[in-house]
Structure formats: C-alpha cells, structure tokens
Design a protein around this ligand. Structure first.
Ligand SMILES: [Zn+2]
Length: 421
C-alpha cells in the first residue's frame, strides 16, 4: 500500500473543481465542489487522494511517516495562480504615487523622470544579484498571500542586455525559491527613448535578436506585447507575435486597456493563450474571444489603482462562455499589490463576480492562462500538491475579508513552505 507524506484533515471545507463543460449550473464549466468531512493525502509532491476523511486516513496514514496537518475550523483551497505580474524591477514608485494624489498628471511625472522610465533606468543600472534579491523577496510575499505559481514578465529593461538579465533573474529565482515562476518576454512593453524616432529598428531588434535569444536560451515560455494606441499598434503586434511563434513561444497580449485598438480581435485570431486587461473590449471583441479558446485575464487591481471606473465587462464575458481568469498585474506603477484575495474582492464589488467565480478565476482559470490546467490550480489526484489553508470557516470569507491576510499555511509541491502559529 502507498503511504502519504502528508495528510490534511478536519477542514471545514475543501474546495475543488471538476470539469463539466457545457452542463448548466457550473462555474465557467467547472463543478464547484465544497467537501466536508474530507481529507487530502499528498505523496511525492502530488495530490494522491482527496475524499472521505476516515477512508483517506485508513488507506494513506502510517505512524512515523505521515505528517498530519490539522485544518480544524479552516478551509483548504488550491494555491492561487497569478497569471499576470511584472515583478522584475528595482525600486518602488511611492513618491510618484504621492505626486499623482497631489494632482500631477502622468505626463508631468514622466517629464520629471518618473513613470516607466524610472523603472527602466533602475533595471538597466542594477546588477543581476541586486535584482535577484528584490525578486526573491517579492516571491516570499506572494507565498505569504497564498500564491503558489506566478507568471512573471520582463519588460523594464528594453535593451538586449537588460531584457536577458531580467529573464535570467527569473530563471535563478525559480530555481532558488519554492514558488513556480512562468517567465514571459515583454520586450515590447514600451518603445525605449533611444528608439523613439526609429521604432521600426527596435521592432526589428525584438523580432530578429531578442525573441530568438530568449526562446533559444529557454529563458521565456511566452511572449507578450503591450498592444495599445500610442504604444504598439495591432499591425506591429502582429509582426512581433509572428516572430515569437516562429521561435516557439506562446502568446499573451495586453489588449484594450485604454482604447479598443483591434488588439483583442488580433489576439483571438492568433490564438493567444490569454488576452489580458480588456477594459475597453467591444462586442465584436467578446464575440471573437468566445470562439478563440483564449483566456480573458482581468486585472482589477490596476483599474482600481489608477482611479478609473472602467472595469472589464466580466459578466458579459462569462455569459458569452469566455474563460475568465483574475490576476494582480503586480507592478510598481499601476498595481502595487500581490494579493489574489484582494482581487477576488474587487471582482465581486466592481465586476459582480460571485465568490465561487472569483475563486475559480484565481486558481484553475489562472492555470488555464498558462496552459497548466491539468497540473496546477485544483485539488485533484495527480495534480501538483499546491494548496493554501485559510483561517476561515467558508470560501465566501476570501472576498469578504479584504485588506488582511487569512492565510494560515501554504503547501507547495507537497511541502509546507509557510506556517503561521
Ligand atoms: Zn501588465
């Protein structure tokens, strides 16, 4: 008989999902299951069994081998999958935040050397070690808040050296830290100042040099483009994506954040694994998405923090059958938060998503946005044992209790990586 390394028992609720596709009563196709009197057995980093507590204990427990985690009066969820973050930067930008509160515009702040320019300067000047140290500390914060997998983008380097350095930092952080980091190349985050008058040259640098290098050295799994009026047009995005695809990278696209510029339609046409932002998505864009298989990744933290009320139309997307994920968009300019629980609150208040939808969108749908829905984001036999135990009696507490942290323990690859007394 197999023996578990770890058993989680006595939980008030274990939340898990079962794919049901088009059946009515599902949460975006997932049967949202709330298990009571149940336990989870973990073996060799994977979930070995989930179900009736007495049976799990009888079949999987051996004295002296199996560690018991008592989740009495607590709930167990899959670890959060934050599928859109920008964690590779040096300094935070709180002074700029204060200036903004005092009424300075983004243009005025940029003219004073703030904005994305200050982050680019920071990354270019930093050593790899300095950057790595910052990124590792940020990964600690993600774990403390219950996130066990993050997608992480480069994009504050915007030169060959600084972009490759950013991706190497992500690789090294992934090796050194228990969290899983999925790296994305975002050299097309902006056009750097030195290329302003010859942007075609920068696009050529992206397509002919940077993308092949990032893919060739296996430093990135995805390529992302900031497709937006005044940044990269849909036509330029198409060019960059063609090079990314040719190099074997998956596609993710920042689309329709401030303007509907045809980016969602393009992303759907190109079969992007996710289309992110969508604050300004049109009816036509929603229609294209529903047939594309792309995940719509919504980022309410950045809408909130820039003080806008243009939240993406989550209900319309869900009702159209588009798979919706939630992510933090963690970045020093427009979303200085690493909290997925807070995103579930915003999803409820501003986008009218139910607590169950928000939890599905933060776990298994985030996994789908990274093409890992058979590996992470669920508590199911064979899945990676990434779980979070919350000091809460039911799952509705997650969006309800905002601004605090209910995480009690985090289990990553079957090991407890953070436990509060
Ligand atoms: Zn972003």
């Amino acid at each position: 008989m197999p023996i578990a390394d770890l058993i989680i028992e006595n939980a008030a609720q274990i939340i898990r999902f079962e794919w049901r596709g088009n059946e009515p009563g599902t949460v975006m196709g997932w049967d949202f299951q709330i298990l009571e009197n149940s336990a989870v057995a973990v073996q060799a980093g994977r979930t070995a069994a989930v179900g009736n507590q007495a049976e799990i204990h009888r079949d999987w427990f051996r004295q002296g081998i199996t560690e018991i985690v008592d989740a009495r009066r607590k709930i167990v969820l899959p670890g959060f999958v934050d599928s859109h973050t920008h964690p590779v930067f040096m300094n935070t930008r709180e002074q700029e935040f204060e200036s903004r509160l005092q009424g300075k515009t983004y243009e005025e702040i940029a003219a004073l050397g703030g904005g994305i320019r200050s982050s680019i300067r920071g990354v270019r000047e930093a050593s790899k070690e300095e950057l790595l140290e910052r990124v590792l500390r940020r990964m600690d914060r993600f774990i403390e808040l219950g996130t066990t997998t993050v997608e992480a983008k480069s994009g504050y380097g915007l030169s060959f050296e600084a972009e490759i350095k950013s991706l190497e930092v992500l690789r090294d952080a992934n090796e050194a830290h228990p969290i899983t980091i999925v790296p994305t190349f975002l050299g097309a985050h902006e056009v750097p100042d030195e290329y302003r008058r010859r942007r075609e040259d920068y696009i050529r640098l992206l397509t002919d040099v940077m993308i092949p290098a990032a893919a060739g050295q296996k430093l990135a799994e995805y390529c992302d483009v900031y497709c937006e009026q005044g940044v990269y047009s849909a036509a330029e995005t198409r060019k960059i994506c063609a090079a990314a695809r040719e190099a074997g990278l998956g596609l993710k696209i920042h689309a329709d954040q401030f303007h509907a510029a045809g980016c969602t339609e393009l992303a759907a046409e190109l079969g992007a694994v996710s289309v992110d932002h969508l604050e300004q998505v049109t009816e036509e864009g929603v229609e294209r998405l529903r047939h594309s298989g792309s995940v719509a990744t919504l980022l309410p933290g950045s809408v909130f923090f820039i003080g806008s009320d243009s939240y993406p139309p989550a209900r319309k997307l869900i009702e159209a059958g588009v798979p919706v994920a939630l992510a933090t968009d963690f970045n020093p300019g427009s979303s200085m938060t690493q909290s997925m629980p807070l995103m579930t609150t915003f999803a409820g208040i501003f986008m009218k998503m139910t607590p169950a939808e928000a939890i599905v969108a933060s776990t298994i749908q985030g996994a789908k946005a990274l093409r890992r829905e058979n590996e992470i984001g669920n508590i199911s036999k064979g899945y990676r044992a990434d779980m979070v135990i919350f000091d809460a009696g039911n799952y509705q507490m997650i969006p309800y209790y905002f601004g605090g942290n209910l995480v009690s323990s985090v289990i990553k690859n079957g090991k407890i990586v953070n436990r509060r007394s």
